[in-house]
Design a protein around this ligand. Structure first.
Ligand code: GLY
Ligand code: MN
Ligand code: MN
Length: 434
């Protein structure tokens, strides 16, 4: 991502915030994993979107119309000793030279400097409630100004949530963002192919997970979320992440795994037979899910609304389960009663971007949001039939199937970013045989 693009985003936000006001965004901080060990650092997605700056302990301040520069970045000072232990820091000069800040100050000086920047501003735009410590700090800066009010300093009088402004910007992906999402998709597709080729009875879920680690790191990407690698009954646990069990001949394997590249996620699920051949019962259910996904993807086009793909998927699933006698009654009645929810208990997708469940409103007022070019969403219907399901013949037990692809809305319809990964029964079987 180029600095020009980050600047364009900040300028767009500066316009929306308006003269006389101020926007303040905090980075995320290091999180302790255990004792002296931190989790791998992941930048706050909104902060990353506006700065491209990948260090903790930083604060972005946008001050529309400020003479000495509208973009101020507080960040850690350079410190040779700390950098020897914990890694490089940009420092104030780096913030200006490499991240296009107009002005940069040490984060340790923020309590002295920020009240002066807040003084006489009317509205403060920030992410309320995201980082409670930061909210407290903001209040303490405001109180510092209040104490000076007899010398004529005005405190801001309105606090506005930034969520809506930035999240609406993030919902529409630029050409560069789509480029990164395609790159992430391509790496994830390669990893899923690898997994299909490596899978065989007797291996363990974690050894298949290792194929993803290999492919992702080989391409300088990382998991966008903890991978789900669930064989047999584990495929019916929606957020199964132990990935610890042995894979059995005759079972299915459900894998939901995707990488992120420069913060941009891909999110793919495939379900395939551990031994490379679908059983008749597995195939029956699989074909319903695949048809549901295809029907849903067809509904992804400008002018349709957010719920159209879900509605299409639910209809195909209900009809399919009715034909297999897993549901009983009339299609109309079953649809009305949401009878599919027994076997399909999640929605058909979500926005995708810097966050795997990306930001952006799904409704505008009371209405589902209309799909527009540049939006990216997942389409991921599934059917899950755990063992001992009451009234369900045992031949269906432990069949858990989800098929998930990433779809870009285009002017003429859509583009499936993950289309090069097989999803048809014969294609999967051929890949696994080869
Ligand atoms: N991988 C998370 C999801 O599919 O929503
Ligand atoms: Mn998903
Ligand atoms: Mn997923």
């Amino acid at each position: 991502m180029t600095q020009t693009e980050f600047k364009r985003r900040r300028n767009q936000l500066i316009k929306m915030v308006g003269k006389g006001n101020i926007a303040i965004v905090s980075s995320s901080s290091e999180q302790t994993r255990n004792r002296d060990v931190d989790y791998p650092f992941r930048q706050d997605s909104d902060f990353l979107y506006l700065t491209g700056f990948n260090e903790p302990d930083a604060v972005l301040v946008l001050i529309p119309g400020r003479k000495h520069g509208e973009y101020v970045l507080f960040c850690r000072e350079k410190d040779p000793l700390q950098e020897t232990w914990h890694g490089r820091r940009a420092g104030q000069q780096g913030a200006i030279d490499d991240y296009a800040a107009d002005d940069s100050f040490p984060i340790d000086d923020i309590d002295e400097i920020l009240p002066g920047l807040l003084e006489n501003r009317q509205k403060v735009f920030h992410f309320m409630g995201r980082y409670p410590d930061f909210d407290q700090q903001l209040m303490s800066w405001v109180n510092q100004i209040k104490e000076k009010s007899r010398s004529g300093a005005h405190v801001p009088y309105e606090y506005v949530s930034l969520d809506h402004l930035i999240h609406d910007m993030r919902l529409y992906k630029s050409r560069a963002e789509i480029g990164l999402m395609k790159k992430a998709a391509k790496i994830s597709v390669a990893a899923h192919k690898r997994a299909m080729q490596q899978c065989k009875p007797g291996k363990y879920e974690y050894s298949i997970e290792a194929e993803y680690n290999h492919e992702f790191r080989l391409n300088n990407a990382q998991h966008a979320y903890p991978p789900i690698v669930g064989g047999g009954e584990n495929g019916c646990i929606l957020h199964y992440t132990e990935n610890s069990e042995q894979l059995k001949d005759g079972d299915l394997l459900l894998i939901d795994a995707g990488c992120e590249v420069e913060g941009y996620a891909s999110d793919i699920t495939r379900t395939f037979p551990v031994n490379g051949r679908f059983s008749p019962a597995q195939k029956d259910i699989y074909e319903i899910v695949l048809e549901a996904q295809q029907a849903a993807i067809k509904k992804v086009k400008p002018g349709n609304h957010w719920n159209d793909p879900h509605h299409a998927a639910v209809r195909v699933i209900t009809k399919g389960l009715l034909e297999l006698k897993l549901l009983k009654g009339t299609l109309a009645k079953l649809m009305k009663e949401h009878a599919y929810r027994r076997f399909y208990m999640h929605r058909t997708g979500h926005w995708l971007g810097l966050d795997v469940h990306d930001v952006g409103d799904y409704k505008v007022g009371e209405q589902w949001r209309l799909l527009e070019p540049g939006m990216v969403l997942t389409v991921e219907p599934g059917i899950y039939i755990p063992a001992n399901s009451k009234g369900i013949h045992r031949k269906w037990w432990n069949i858990g199937i989800r098929i998930e692809d990433d779809v870009l809305v285009t002017a003429s319809g859509n583009e499936v970013l993950t289309a090069s990964l097989p999803s048809a029964v014969e294609e999967i079987e051929a890949l696994m045989a080869g």
